[in-house]
Ligand binder design. Structure first.
Ligand SMILES: [Zn+2]
Length: 51
């Protein structure tokens, strides 16, 4: 199962049993993506808070 990367549009492989909060990494642009919904599967860019 794949979901388009919100950053670059590349299909990112996602585990079928992904759960909200899980992180996947886009192989194309290297961005970290957080699973925000599972039905249907939806990803958003994970923004790490750095200080
Ligand atoms: Zn990407």
């Amino acid at each position: 199962m794949t979901v388009p990367c919100p950053e670059c549009g590349t299909a990112v492989p996602c585990p079928a049993d992904a759960t909200p909060g899980e992180l996947v990494i886009c192989d194309h642009c290297g961005v970290e993506l957080e699973v925000v919904a599972v039905a249907p599967l939806k990803l958003q860019v994970f923004e790490e808070e750095e200080k």
